[in-house]
Write a protein that binds this ligand. Structure first.
Ligand code: BES
Ligand code: ZN
Length: 464
């Protein structure tokens, strides 16, 4: 994949995105203050829904997913592919007429990187162990030794100064890493016995370690004689792409309110990330296309954020660097993460929030309420669950700064499980459903348009 350089203006340092000055005059009610009668209001809401839902084009959404997953491929935080995805998204948003800014941010990235067979061999992006020691930017170059299941007797004499390749299943992760360090290994690669890439954590591991699936392990084993380079902490910069459109209608009150959409465009290593989260980016781009042409009473922003999979880095950087006055203008965050799986069990659109105290006690916010009401108006009341208490996506970063936020995500209604190909090499475009994308897009488009037009749930309507 070619690296497409970012040519547009970068935001300086950790600074926040520049804002268009709030120029819209204060307005109270376009309809003279009286709320419409309930039935005409209902009819009017449905007419408003139709304005956005009729414009949704599932083929366009699939086209974005194809570009991100087939043309670009896995988009690991700070890799050239993540960068290429940022360029693609920025170009799309710019061509829609938005004011687009790219906000670069630094962070410590602990994605593992294994070059098998020496510097010219195959490059494997693998999962860094939780608690793994880091390497410097050049990584560790060392021969690879086969160390069985990682029991003390499994390590050959040649382990000293080598990277130990250990099969999962015979010892705890802590024992594998501890025994390897004891035998003098400078790094450990733990191989699964099937196709799944898995996570492992060893508190304060003394040496770097990574986890891999069976195929990656076999590649490393085959290249053992040629040595390998193991790198952690290789990349340290990512970027958010922020597109803005100023209101075209008078806002409510003296200040311009902001509705912000978000979706992360990075993926985990070796996964094309079609569902997680090319789907969210693609639906967000379609909402950007639709809203670009429509009258809007709030400012709208579209934030494609980087480095989510290594700890919500992009969204937290963006949210935490907003000036207080700007932060206070944001009234809603619609986050899209995993909105297109074709997996049969994941047939319910959950609206995850962090309001309330837990799964048994979730609390509504403006966005979950708007989402649920939109689903009911559109006849999708039976296939949504709102609110549901869960973080772990970029809505969390907005919640942390006090913005009502929801992540929209397809899950199993009984177990709340995600699809089985989540974070796997099999998270591919053929496992994404245009119908599921359309349904999610309709609900989010209708819910958000109501807020953008100031028909905020729980508040009196004030026109539009
Ligand atoms: N899209 C996933 C999973 C997700 C989203 C799970 C929303 C539950 C709710 C997301 O990209 C992800 O994998 N998140 C990580 C945590 C994150 C902080 C690195 C996870 O859940 O392991
Ligand atoms: Zn995700």
């Amino acid at each position: 994949m070619n690296h497409i350089p970012l040519s547009r203006r970068l935001l300086a340092g950790v600074g926040a995105v520049a804002l268009i000055a709030a120029t819209a005059p204060a307005a109270t009610s376009a309809s003279g203050g009286a709320a419409p009668a309930a039935d005409s209001r209902g009819a009017s809401d449905q007419a408003h829904d139709k304005i956005v839902t009729a414009r949704i084009d599932a083929d366009r959404i699939m086209g974005h997913i194809e570009t991100l997953t087939v043309d670009i491929g896995p988009r690991v935080a700070s890799s050239p592919e993540e960068d290429a995805a940022a360029s693609y998204i920025a170009d799309e948003l710019e061509s829609l007429g938005y004011d687009v800014e790219v906000q670069e941010f630094p962070y410590v990235n602990t994605v593992g990187y294994l070059h098998v067979g020496g510097p010219d061999g195959t490059a494997l992006l693998v999962r860094a162990g939780g608690g793994s020691a880091l390497t410097d930017g050049d990584g560790i170059t060392a021969p690879v030794v086969d160390a069985g299941f990682g029991s003390p007797a499994d390590f050959p004499a040649a382990t000293a100064g080598a990277i130990a390749l250990v099969q999962r299943g015979g010892n705890t992760f802590a024992d594998i890493v501890g025994n390897a360090a004891e035998a003098g290994a400078v790094g450990v690669a733990i191989q699964n016995d099937d196709w799944r890439i898995f996570s492992a954590t060893v508190a304060d591991s003394p040496i770097p370690f990574v986890t891999m699936n069976d195929e990656q392990g076999e590649l490393l084993r085959a290249a053992a004689d040629d040595g390998a380079t193991l790198r952690m902490n290789r990349y340290q910069t990512s970027q958010n792409v922020i597109a803005t459109k100023a209101p075209t209608l008078p806002g409510r009150g003296a200040r311009d309110e902001v509705v912000i959409f978000s979706a992360h465009y990075d993926s985990v290593p070796a996964s094309p990330g079609a569902s997680d989260n090319a789907s969210g980016v693609a639906v967000m781009l379609e909402l950007a296309r639709i809203n670009a042409q429509l009258p809007t009473a709030t400012e709208i922003r579209f934030a494609a954020v980087g480095a989510e999979e290594v700890g919500l880095r992009g969204s937290r950087h963006y949210a935490q660097n907003l000036p207080a006055a700007e932060r206070d203008r944001i009234i809603a965050n619609f986050n899209m993460d995993m909105v297109g799986t074709a997996s049969p069990e994941q047939n319910t659109l959950f609206m995850n929030t962090l309001n309330g105290t837990g799964v048994d006690d979730p609390a509504d916010n403006l966005v979950s309420r708007a989402g649920r009401q939109a689903a009911e108006r559109l006849g999708y009341g039976d296939i949504v669950r709102s609110p549901y208490h869960r973080g772990a996506s970029d809505h969390q970063a907005f919640h942390e700064i006090g913005v009502p936020a929801v992540n929209f995500i397809w899950r199993d209604p009984v177990t709340a499980a995600l699809e089985p190909t989540y974070h796997q090499p099999l998270d591919t475009i053929d496992r994404v459903s245009p119908d599921r994308l359309r349904t999610a897009a309709e609900i989010i488009a209708a819910a958000s348009y109501r807020v953008i037009r100031h028909r905020v749930p729980g508040r009196p309507a004030d026109g539009g």
